[in-house]
Design a protein around this ligand. Structure first.
Ligand code: HXC
Length: 517
């Protein structure tokens, strides 16, 4: 090899690695942000990155673009490892034409997406883009659509994650939306279809990028993003952690890690965690923290629909998806948003062979016009659909209440729940005693007043509670498999999960089902 050829290669590599040039890189750093390459370096194991298409250029000849060429065209693509496991990656380089997507740019992304599918490994996109490259027009729209098509074909086959580090505008938003999890950087990133200026023209609303599509919106109001962190490093670590719970693809089991946390550790604090007053709240996070390995729970969408907790943990080293009602928020009822959140999470876990552990304390579905007009019938049905369709091991523990329609939703045996346990003070019934008495004795209640009314209500509520506000009716019918001591919940769930490791179940052959969207 001549020295000149190597010099030429090194020079070309140097130029490509500069992206949009040092001035633009400094501008990015001045804002406390990383470049595309720095993000890849932080995300992948040291020295593992292998890059493709570093010298690929766009082919646009409009608006003087033939003179504006940057090797790599503003997108860095390739593969490496995360904690030793093969992962494909692309990172949009804002220093090159605002990270905007050209035909070439899309081709580079599609190449690694195709490789990820062929070789059965996750793909992670690190997004920072002003959307379709305006100078190209239809080619960039076609390019986006090629990416969306691959996102959909990869869905449920390989894990797909998105990090949002800067703008994610216009066409750029739909690829993250089609991936499994989206993680944003607070203050620095935003996602919207149309920016504040267009919004002002069309709807006359005054909005900023943050109030329209910042992390503060997408993690609390829209549910578009699953997590947000204050800085890029934490955002990158969240993507790494998410991957650690997942298999490489849908034909594999998730990784099992050694744990020092004893499988038979009793959780004595749980014997006293439920308040005497059945309407008083307790923190479901404490129960999760107590039963999972080392108390580590990676919560997904913690700030959106917080009446239902979902996220990943390990039990006895096994990766599990946790779904749990949170009595501290709206008394743990199911509503539109929490049903959508829960159903999507259950489907993710099922697609990637991650067993489900469901902790139940649910007083029912939230009544009212807001919920009905918002489609609680359709949305609640999503939960039913997701649990019924899931063939992964499904273990549930009824912690306290499990009432009515919401009982039917939270992984019961009749939806294919494998193991259903209950704590001794739980109430598995059609509804609470108060509601039941109001309906069953409505006429009598109208006739009575004062002390007589109070005494009658107390007597009837006690009668209903004695009959139904307990787990024994369900236990007698075998609807629950055992009533367990709270302190032994960790051990009992781990034993159930271990027993279910060889579970084989499948749904009837079909093109695909028709989940009520
Ligand atoms: C070409 C673009 C670009 C784009 C930014 N740039 N967006 N070039 N196409 N879409 C260039 C700018 O001209 C500028 O070049 C450089 O990137 C940095 O941009 P700035 O505006 O200086 O940066 P900033 O102030 O941080 O603003 C970032 C931004 C803004 C908010 C993203 O650039 C912006 O509003 N861009 C357009 C966003 C948009 O409307 N996208 C939708 C496209 S249509 P110089 O040379 O000056 O540094 C679309 C529909 C597809 O995506 C639908 C498919 C389904």
């Amino acid at each position: 090899m001549s020295t000149t050829s190597l010099d030429d290669l090194n020079k070309r590599r140097f130029v490509a690695k500069q992206g949009g040039g040092t001035a633009r890189i400094e501008k990015i750093h001045a804002k406390g942000r990383l470049t595309a390459r720095e993000r890849i370096d932080a995300f992948l194991d040291d020295g593992s990155f292998e890059e493709f298409d570093m010298f690929k250029e766009h082919r646009c000849v409009h608006f003087g673009m033939e003179k504006k060429k940057t090797p790599g065209d503003g997108i860095v693509t390739g593969y490496g490892t995360v904690n030793g496991r093969l992962t494909y990656v692309f990172a949009q380089d804002f220093t090159v034409l605002g990270g905007s997507l050209s035909e070439t740019f899309a081709e580079k992304i599609c190449k690694v997406m195709d490789m990820a599918m062929t070789n059965g490994a996750p793909i992670v996109g690190l997004n920072d883009s002003g959307g379709a490259r305006i100078q190209e027009g239809i080619e960039s729209l076609a390019g986006y659509t090629e990416i969306f098509y691959r996102n959909v074909r990869s869905s449920g086959v390989i894990p797909q994650l998105s990090g949002i580090f800067g703008p994610c505008a216009g066409g750029a938003v739909y690829s993250p939306a089609l991936t499994d999890f989206t993680v944003m950087v607070r203050e620095h990133s935003y996602m919207f279809l149309t920016g504040p200026k267009v919004v002002k023209t069309v709807t006359h609303e005054d909005v900023t990028t943050e109030t329209l599509g910042g992390a503060s919106i997408h993690t609390t109001k829209s549910g578009v993003a699953h997590m947000a962190y204050d800085d890029e490093q934490d955002t990158i670590e969240a993507l790494q952690k998410l991957l650690s719970y997942m298999p490489q693809n849908n034909t594999e089991a998730p990784p099992v890690l050694e744990t020092d946390d004893p499988l038979d550790r009793t959780c004595d604090e749980l014997d006293d965690i439920i308040p005497e007053n059945p309407n008083a709240a307790f923190d479901m996070q404490e129960i999760i923290g107590s039963i999972v390995d080392d108390g580590v729970f990676l919560e997904v969408q913690p700030e959106w629909a917080a009446n239902l907790l979902v996220g990943f943990a390990r039990m006895g080293g096994m990766s599990v998806g946790i779904v749990a009602n949170q009595p501290q928020v709206l008394a743990g009822v199911l509503d539109n948003d929490s049903s959508i959140k829960g159903a999507r999470f259950v489907r993710f876990c099922d697609a990637f062979n991650i067993p489900l552990v469901t902790l139940v304390d649910v007083p029912g579905f939230l009544p009212g016009t807001v919920q009905e007009y918002g489609g609680i019938i359709r949305n609640g049905a999503k939960m039913l659909y997701a649990y019924a369709e899931a063939t992964v091991p499904k273990v549930s523990v009824t912690i306290r209440k499990s009432y009515g329609g919401a009982h039917c939703v939270m992984s019961p045996k009749q939806l294919g729940g494998d193991i259903n346990y209950s704590w001794p003070n739980s109430e598995i019934a059609v509804m609470g005693a108060k509601g039941a008495v109001e309906i069953l004795h409505a006429r009598k209640l109208r006739e009575l007043e004062g002390e007589e009314l109070a005494a009658f209500v107390a007597e009837k509520e006690k009668e209903y509670s004695d009959n139904f506000a307990n787990p024994w009716e369900a236990a007698k019918r075998g609807y629950i498999d055992d009533v367990i001591q709270p302190a032994r919940t960790r051990l009992r769930v781990i034993k159930a999960l271990a027993m279910l490791q060889g579970k084989r179940a499948s749904n009837p052959p079909k093109k695909h089902g028709n989940i009520p969207l």
